[in-house]
Write a protein that binds this ligand. Sequence first.
Ligand code: AMP
Length: 213
Amino acid sequence: MSTEITFALTKGRILKETLRLLAEAGIEPTEDIDNSRKLVFGCSAPGVRLLVIRGLDVPTYVRHGAADIGVVGKDVLLENGGEGLYEPLDLGIARCRLMTAAPVGWTPGSSRVRVATKFTEIARRFFAERGVHADVIKLYGAMELAPMMNLADVIVDIVDTGNTMRANGLEPIDVIADISSRLVVNKAAMRGKHAAIQGIIDALTVAVARRDA
Ligand code: AMP
Protein backbone atom coordinates (compact mmCIF):
# COMPACT_ATOMS: atom_id res chain seq x y z
CA MET A 1 0.00 0.00 0.00
CA SER A 2 1.32 3.46 -0.85
CA THR A 3 1.64 6.05 1.87
CA GLU A 4 -0.21 8.61 -0.21
CA ILE A 5 -3.19 9.76 1.83
CA THR A 6 -6.46 10.79 0.21
CA PHE A 7 -8.57 12.94 2.51
CA ALA A 8 -12.27 13.45 1.58
CA LEU A 9 -13.81 16.70 2.80
CA THR A 10 -17.50 17.60 2.86
CA LYS A 11 -18.24 20.66 0.76
CA GLY A 12 -20.74 23.29 1.82
CA ARG A 13 -21.40 24.82 5.21
CA ILE A 14 -18.75 22.89 7.16
CA LEU A 15 -15.88 23.29 4.70
CA LYS A 16 -14.57 26.63 5.98
CA GLU A 17 -14.27 25.44 9.56
CA THR A 18 -12.83 22.10 8.44
CA LEU A 19 -10.12 23.94 6.49
CA ARG A 20 -9.32 26.07 9.53
CA LEU A 21 -8.79 22.96 11.65
CA LEU A 22 -6.76 21.26 8.93
CA ALA A 23 -4.53 24.33 8.64
CA GLU A 24 -3.90 24.15 12.40
CA ALA A 25 -2.90 20.53 11.85
CA GLY A 26 -0.44 21.50 9.08
CA ILE A 27 -2.67 20.49 6.16
CA GLU A 28 -3.31 23.45 3.86
CA PRO A 29 -4.54 23.26 0.27
CA THR A 30 -2.03 24.68 -2.20
CA GLU A 31 -4.80 26.64 -3.94
CA ASP A 32 -8.00 28.42 -3.02
CA ILE A 33 -10.63 25.67 -2.75
CA ASP A 34 -13.52 28.18 -2.52
CA ASN A 35 -12.72 29.73 -5.88
CA SER A 36 -11.94 26.60 -7.82
CA ARG A 37 -14.03 24.15 -9.79
CA LYS A 38 -11.52 21.40 -9.21
CA LEU A 39 -12.41 18.44 -6.98
CA VAL A 40 -8.90 17.24 -6.08
CA PHE A 41 -6.34 19.51 -4.42
CA GLY A 42 -2.73 19.18 -3.46
CA CYS A 43 -1.72 20.43 -0.03
CA SER A 44 1.16 21.54 2.13
CA ALA A 45 1.48 18.16 3.85
CA PRO A 46 3.62 15.85 1.69
CA GLY A 47 1.74 12.88 0.21
CA VAL A 48 -1.71 14.18 1.16
CA ARG A 49 -4.35 15.13 -1.39
CA LEU A 50 -7.77 16.56 -0.62
CA LEU A 51 -11.07 15.69 -2.28
CA VAL A 52 -14.02 18.07 -1.92
CA ILE A 53 -17.27 16.13 -2.36
CA ARG A 54 -20.87 15.90 -1.15
CA GLY A 55 -21.16 14.83 2.49
CA LEU A 56 -23.42 11.94 1.49
CA ASP A 57 -20.59 10.57 -0.68
CA VAL A 58 -17.82 10.81 1.93
CA PRO A 59 -18.65 7.51 3.76
CA THR A 60 -18.85 5.72 0.40
CA TYR A 61 -15.41 6.94 -0.70
CA VAL A 62 -13.87 6.06 2.66
CA ARG A 63 -15.61 2.68 3.00
CA HIS A 64 -14.36 1.60 -0.44
CA GLY A 65 -10.85 2.92 0.21
CA ALA A 66 -11.11 5.50 -2.60
CA ALA A 67 -10.32 7.92 0.24
CA ASP A 68 -8.39 6.91 3.36
CA ILE A 69 -9.86 9.45 5.72
CA GLY A 70 -12.75 11.90 5.64
CA VAL A 71 -14.84 14.54 7.38
CA VAL A 72 -18.60 14.05 7.50
CA GLY A 73 -21.62 14.98 9.62
CA LYS A 74 -22.86 12.50 12.21
CA ASP A 75 -26.35 12.86 10.68
CA VAL A 76 -25.03 11.36 7.43
CA LEU A 77 -23.36 8.50 9.34
CA LEU A 78 -26.54 7.76 11.32
CA GLU A 79 -28.80 7.91 8.27
CA ASN A 80 -26.65 6.06 5.74
CA GLY A 81 -24.61 3.84 7.99
CA GLY A 82 -21.11 4.32 9.34
CA GLU A 83 -20.42 0.56 9.20
CA GLY A 84 -16.94 -0.42 8.17
CA LEU A 85 -15.51 2.95 9.22
CA TYR A 86 -13.52 4.04 12.24
CA GLU A 87 -14.78 7.24 13.78
CA PRO A 88 -11.82 8.34 15.90
CA LEU A 89 -12.54 12.03 16.46
CA ASP A 90 -15.43 14.43 16.99
CA LEU A 91 -14.31 17.63 15.25
CA GLY A 92 -17.01 19.65 17.03
CA ILE A 93 -17.90 21.48 13.80
CA ALA A 94 -21.50 22.42 12.92
CA ARG A 95 -22.96 21.26 16.21
CA CYS A 96 -26.72 20.83 16.14
CA ARG A 97 -29.33 18.32 17.23
CA LEU A 98 -31.55 15.94 15.34
CA MET A 99 -35.00 16.26 16.92
CA THR A 100 -38.62 15.39 16.56
CA ALA A 101 -40.99 18.34 16.45
CA ALA A 102 -44.74 18.82 16.27
CA PRO A 103 -47.21 21.70 16.13
CA VAL A 104 -47.41 23.52 19.48
CA GLY A 105 -49.90 21.69 21.72
CA TRP A 106 -49.99 18.52 19.60
CA THR A 107 -50.56 15.31 21.56
CA PRO A 108 -50.13 11.82 20.13
CA GLY A 109 -53.53 10.32 19.28
CA SER A 110 -52.67 6.65 18.84
CA SER A 111 -49.67 4.39 18.49
CA ARG A 112 -49.49 5.43 14.83
CA VAL A 113 -47.84 8.63 13.69
CA ARG A 114 -47.12 10.25 10.34
CA VAL A 115 -43.55 11.52 10.22
CA ALA A 116 -42.13 13.77 7.49
CA THR A 117 -38.35 13.88 7.21
CA LYS A 118 -35.24 13.73 5.09
CA PHE A 119 -33.81 11.30 7.70
CA THR A 120 -36.09 8.31 7.05
CA GLU A 121 -33.85 5.59 8.50
CA ILE A 122 -33.14 7.54 11.68
CA ALA A 123 -36.86 8.29 12.09
CA ARG A 124 -37.88 4.63 11.52
CA ARG A 125 -35.36 3.41 14.10
CA PHE A 126 -36.30 6.08 16.64
CA PHE A 127 -40.03 5.36 16.57
CA ALA A 128 -39.62 1.58 16.29
CA GLU A 129 -37.48 1.56 19.45
CA ARG A 130 -40.39 3.26 21.21
CA GLY A 131 -42.98 0.83 19.91
CA VAL A 132 -44.63 3.54 17.82
CA HIS A 133 -45.69 2.65 14.29
CA ALA A 134 -44.39 5.47 12.10
CA ASP A 135 -45.60 6.11 8.57
CA VAL A 136 -42.43 7.80 7.36
CA ILE A 137 -42.79 10.25 4.48
CA LYS A 138 -39.59 11.23 2.68
CA LEU A 139 -39.14 14.93 1.96
CA TYR A 140 -36.07 16.71 0.58
CA GLY A 141 -36.59 20.11 2.22
CA ALA A 142 -38.88 22.45 4.16
CA MET A 143 -39.97 19.68 6.52
CA GLU A 144 -41.61 22.35 8.72
CA LEU A 145 -44.33 22.76 6.14
CA ALA A 146 -45.60 19.19 6.38
CA PRO A 147 -47.64 19.40 9.63
CA MET A 148 -49.13 22.74 8.57
CA MET A 149 -50.37 21.18 5.32
CA ASN A 150 -51.57 18.05 7.15
CA LEU A 151 -49.09 15.89 5.28
CA ALA A 152 -47.64 14.66 8.59
CA ASP A 153 -48.20 14.86 12.35
CA VAL A 154 -44.57 15.34 13.30
CA ILE A 155 -41.22 15.96 11.63
CA VAL A 156 -37.67 14.84 12.28
CA ASP A 157 -35.16 17.56 11.42
CA ILE A 158 -31.98 19.34 12.38
CA VAL A 159 -32.35 22.01 15.05
CA ASP A 160 -29.75 24.63 15.84
CA THR A 161 -31.37 27.65 17.51
CA GLY A 162 -34.94 26.33 17.06
CA ASN A 163 -35.93 29.54 15.28
CA THR A 164 -36.97 27.79 12.04
CA MET A 165 -39.32 25.49 13.92
CA ARG A 166 -40.80 28.24 16.10
CA ALA A 167 -41.37 30.46 13.04
CA ASN A 168 -43.51 27.65 11.63
CA GLY A 169 -45.58 26.93 14.75
CA LEU A 170 -43.62 23.84 15.75
CA GLU A 171 -41.98 22.92 19.02
CA PRO A 172 -39.00 20.59 19.29
CA ILE A 173 -39.86 17.52 21.41
CA ASP A 174 -37.29 14.69 21.61
CA VAL A 175 -33.57 14.90 21.00
CA ILE A 176 -32.70 11.92 18.79
CA ALA A 177 -28.97 12.63 18.51
CA ASP A 178 -26.34 15.30 19.02
CA ILE A 179 -24.80 16.03 15.65
CA SER A 180 -21.38 17.40 14.67
CA SER A 181 -18.75 16.66 12.06
CA ARG A 182 -16.67 13.53 12.60
CA LEU A 183 -13.39 12.20 11.29
CA VAL A 184 -13.86 8.80 9.63
CA VAL A 185 -11.10 6.41 8.59
CA ASN A 186 -10.99 3.40 6.27
CA LYS A 187 -10.19 0.30 8.36
CA ALA A 188 -7.62 -1.16 5.96
CA ALA A 189 -5.87 2.23 5.68
CA MET A 190 -5.79 2.47 9.48
CA ARG A 191 -3.66 -0.68 9.48
CA GLY A 192 -1.71 -0.31 6.22
CA LYS A 193 -0.97 3.42 6.49
CA HIS A 194 -1.01 3.57 10.25
CA ALA A 195 1.81 6.06 10.91
CA ALA A 196 0.52 8.61 8.39
CA ILE A 197 -3.13 8.30 9.44
CA GLN A 198 -2.35 8.36 13.17
CA GLY A 199 -0.21 11.46 12.58
CA ILE A 200 -3.21 13.23 11.04
CA ILE A 201 -5.57 12.07 13.83
CA ASP A 202 -3.12 13.27 16.50
CA ALA A 203 -2.57 16.65 14.83
CA LEU A 204 -6.33 17.20 14.46
CA THR A 205 -6.94 16.10 18.07
CA VAL A 206 -4.50 18.79 19.22
CA ALA A 207 -6.11 21.39 16.89
CA VAL A 208 -9.60 20.60 18.24
CA ALA A 209 -8.41 20.78 21.86
CA ARG A 210 -6.65 24.11 21.21
CA ARG A 211 -9.73 25.56 19.50
CA ASP A 212 -11.99 24.50 22.39
CA ALA A 213 -9.61 25.65 25.16
P1 AMP B 1 -32.35 26.81 13.41
O1 AMP B 1 -33.45 27.67 12.90
O2 AMP B 1 -31.20 27.61 13.97
O3 AMP B 1 -32.84 25.77 14.42
O4 AMP B 1 -31.73 26.02 12.17
C1 AMP B 1 -32.44 24.97 11.62
C2 AMP B 1 -32.20 24.80 10.14
O5 AMP B 1 -30.89 25.18 9.74
C3 AMP B 1 -32.35 23.33 9.85
O6 AMP B 1 -33.58 23.10 9.21
C4 AMP B 1 -31.19 22.99 8.97
O7 AMP B 1 -31.59 22.94 7.63
C5 AMP B 1 -30.21 24.11 9.13
N1 AMP B 1 -29.06 23.77 9.99
C6 AMP B 1 -28.72 24.38 11.15
N2 AMP B 1 -27.60 23.87 11.65
C7 AMP B 1 -27.18 22.93 10.79
C8 AMP B 1 -26.07 22.03 10.75
N3 AMP B 1 -25.13 22.03 11.69
N4 AMP B 1 -25.98 21.17 9.71
C9 AMP B 1 -26.91 21.17 8.74
N5 AMP B 1 -28.00 21.99 8.72
C10 AMP B 1 -28.13 22.85 9.73
